[in-house]
Design a protein around this ligand. Structure first.
Ligand code: CLF
Ligand code: SF4
Length: 496
């Protein structure tokens, strides 16, 4: 069966509240059936699934019970993808309509998350009314929630009643000293509490909530925001603690702090981590803990595949005009989900066989290489370089191909061709790919070709519509046999 293409619509803007995960294919194989069933079509909990399945968020939760130094919910930009940002707040009734409209239009949408723009559990009536209705009226959709954890222990019972088996807690620290530098205050028992005392209450509630969820058999993902100089040295300890308590996945995300967002960290000039710093920390935290590396820090009203946003197709006005036969939609969804799952299973098998074959053949004593890939889903190289909004970064080595991260092509601003400092979007894109030695896309024009080559990055449009891992490995082998892996290219060495 030909799988429907998910990305026909133009991407617009892109949500887990900052409070937001994925297991790789190898990790998936090791999971018990009961857990694999829960994660195999969840785009955040499975790296593989994020190429095929979509999520959506409904923005029903405006209030928050804490303040994070990286959050300002008043700022919105239609080109921006950042947690806490939404264009329209919804009532539970509107949220249910929107969810059903999206599920009928984008059958690959498997997960409905509530992730803000504030904290879902600080808005319990609106959040639970939405979950209650959806669990009754759209039982084929997985329900997911993301929270800062302050109100979590009191909500665990209610969460388990609505079949919510995916909960994300944002845990940035387990030390109140560090917490006081991230959270200026919390609102607790009708009082505003500040400093270390506030951080300690928040940490205790997060840890208690985590333990209670695990005891109920609910999958927990932990999100952490990496803030250089504040908690970067501490997050390996956070990873160790949450893993020891049974968290399924750890998602370390980079701080987003721009002065124009009006956040405390943005205004104070607090920087976010570089891609290398983030990757080093993710690798250090990995051990046998599942790490999520494909998080897109999406908006609290995102719709579509991770990395795209089709929210503009589902505004309140447009939904009101839609006539949805959800029973028929559910039948169609089931057929499509089964076909996608079959395709994923057969590709997984094929990939594992090829990887084994490669390892057996490879006598390569070559170094690892980072490559950027332009894709819009289905695990294929299927985007023109100039149309890519983001690139997935893979590492090829004699051990095979692994997904590392994603990089935005036109970070946080896509409205204009220049960004004030005279640098074109194309130049920004090439700069964003620093460290990569090849770019694989379906097509590429002369101008970007020249710029990429000048930056020491090999443009490659020869693997259009091929599976990503196979194409990356083919290019790696070509580079090895051409002697390009004996040393780093000159341009890269110069910039190193
Ligand atoms: Fe949403 Fe979060 Fe559920 Fe996913 S997002 S509530 S777990 S359905 Fe996913 Fe978005 Fe990252 Fe969140 S990519 S920000 S991890
Ligand atoms: Fe913003 Fe509240 Fe989420 Fe912190 S927990 S990022 S303050 S919405």
């Amino acid at each position: 069966m030909q799988l429907p293409v998910l990305n026909e619509a133009p991407a617009a803007k892109s949500g887990c509240s900052t409070s937001s995960c994925g297991s790789t294919e190898n990790q998936m194989d090791a999971l018990p059936d009961s857990i694999r069933e829960k994660v195999q079509n969840h785009p955040c909990y499975s790296e593989d699934a994020h190429h095929y399945f979509a999520r959506m968020h409904v923005a029903v939760a405006p209030a928050c019970n804490i303040q994070c130094h990286y959050c300002n919910r008043k700022y919105d930009c239609s080109n921006e993808s950042r947690p806490g940002v939404v264009s329209e707040l919804l009532t539970p009734d509107q949220a249910v309509k929107k969810t059903m409209a999206v599920a009928a239009t984008i059958p690959q949408m498997t997960v409905l998350g509530i992730a803000g723009p504030g904290d879902p559990l600080a808005n319990p009536e609106r959040t639970f009314e939405t979950f209650r209705r959806l669990s009754e009226e759209a039982p084929d959709i997985k329900l997911c929630v993301s929270t800062n954890g302050l109100a979590l222990p009191d909500a665990v019972e209610e969460l388990s009643k609505h079949n919510i088996d995916h909960v994300t807690i944002t845990i940035n620290c387990v030390d109140p000293e560090i917490g006081a530098k991230i959270y200026p205050w919390i609102f607790w028992n009708n009082k505003r509490i500040k400093g270390k005392k506030a951080a300690k209450i928040l940490i205790d509630q997060q840890q208690k909530g985590l333990e209670m969820l695990i005891a109920k058999g609910i999958l927990v993902k932990v999100n952490s925001v990496m803030i250089p100089g504040i908690n970067d040295q501490h997050l390996a300890e956070v990873s160790r603690v949450v893993k020891s308590k049974g968290a399924f996945l750890h998602n370390v995300m980079p701080l987003i702090a721009e002065a124009e967002h009006g956040t405390f960290f943005g205004v104070m000039g607090q920087r976010g981590p570089t891609p290398d710093e983030l990757q080093d920390l993710q690798d250090a935290c990995s051990g046998d803990m599942n790490m999520m590396r494909h998080c897109r820090q999406c908006r609290a009203d995102a719709v579509g595949l991770l990395g795209e946003d089709r929210g503009d197709e589902f505004t309140i006005d447009k939904i009101e005009e839609m006539d949805i036969d959800y029973q028929a939609a559910m039948e169609k969804r089931k057929v499509i989900h089964t076909a996608i799952q079959a395709e994923m299973d057969s590709k997984r098998l094929e990939k594992a066989q090829k990887a084994e074959q490669f390892k057996a053949e490879a006598k390569l004593a070559t170094r690892p290489v980072l490559m950027a890939v332009a894709t819009l889903g289905q695990g294929l190289i299927n985007v023109h370089f100039g149309h890519a909004k983001e690139f997935l970064i893979y590492e090829a080595s004699p051990d095979g191909v692994r997904f590392i991260s994603h990089r935005k092509a036109d970070q946080y601003c896509g409205g204009d061709s220049t960004c004030g400092d005279g640098e074109s979007v194309l130049q920004q894109t090439v700069r964003a790919l620093a460290g990569c030695e090849a770019v694989l896309c379906s097509k590429i024009g002369y101008e970007p070709w020249d710029l990429l080559e000048a930056a020491g990055i090999i443009p490659n449009g020869e693997h259009a519509m091929e599976p990503i891992e196979e194409a990356v490995m083919a290019v790696y082998k070509e580079m090895a046999s051409a002697g390009k892996l004996d040393a780093k290219p000159e341009a890269m060495r110069a910039s190193a």
